[in-house]
Write a protein that binds this ligand. Structure first.
Ligand code: ZN
Length: 211
């Protein structure tokens, strides 16, 4: 329980730093120890297409998790969705899923600091095989196309983009978050920051992920 509270504070602090007004609605958390019960509940409430072991149901403000070994990380991921619930940036899947995975990867240590656990390996993400055109399209991806991708091609790539911004370009990340929250286009931000705009950005993410 203590770890869950620490993780929530970590996320709230992050979103506060982005000057984002996150949701303060009370959230119900439902934890299932039996996968059959979990999936029956999911089918009944939501009938989602791609369902793994946790989800956030925005209409009821409810986080539902199956209690496996990664349960705290899954819960953290869904906590991020709960905080962003109702914000325009939520619709941008690469950002909302990337942030959820990124923030969930930070685990509190005994000394009180947060350390990132490795989420995806470069060889699985295959960023070198993904063209600038394809990655640019990924920034506008809609749910149907997202669901058709593998975990690595969807969540993994989203994490890699957001992780790079978080670690190397926090000011740009903040601007991206704020701009998408205003419903505006983010391409001009990248054009201003890099000579060749998104092309340079993707190249930096590719090299960073190989490290
Ligand atoms: Zn998610």
């Amino acid at each position: 329980m203590n770890e869950i509270r620490k993780r929530l504070t970590f996320q709230k602090n992050f979103y506060r730093k982005q000057l984002v007004e996150f949701s303060t609605e009370p959230v119900t958390v439902k934890v299932f120890g039996d996968y059959a019960d979990f999936s029956a509940y999911e089918l009944n409430c939501c009938g989602m297409e791609n369902i793994t072991t946790a989800f956030f149901n925005g209409s009821k403000n409810e986080v539902v998790v199956f209690k496996n070994e990664e349960f705290i990380r899954s819960l953290s991921h869904e906590m991020s969705h709960a905080l962003l619930s109702g914000l325009p940036m939520e619709e941008h899947l690469w950002l909302s899923e990337g942030l959820a995975d990124l923030l969930a990867s930070y685990k509190p240590s005994d000394e009180g600091s947060f350390k990132a656990e490795r989420m995806y390996f470069a060889q699985d993400l295959k960023l070198n095989e993904k063209s600038t055109k394809r990655l640019t399209r990924f920034l506008r991806i809609e749910e149907e196309d997202w669901n058709a991708l593998s975990t690595y091609d969807a969540y993994g790539v989203a994490w890699a983009l957001v992780n790079y911004l978080y670690r190397e370009e926090p000011m740009l990340l903040r601007k991206v978050i704020q701009t998408l929250n205003l419903g505006k286009d983010i391409e001009p931000l990248f054009q201003k920051r890099y000579k060749k705009g998104l092309k340079d950005f993707f190249q930096l993410v590719r090299s960073y992920s190989e490290k």
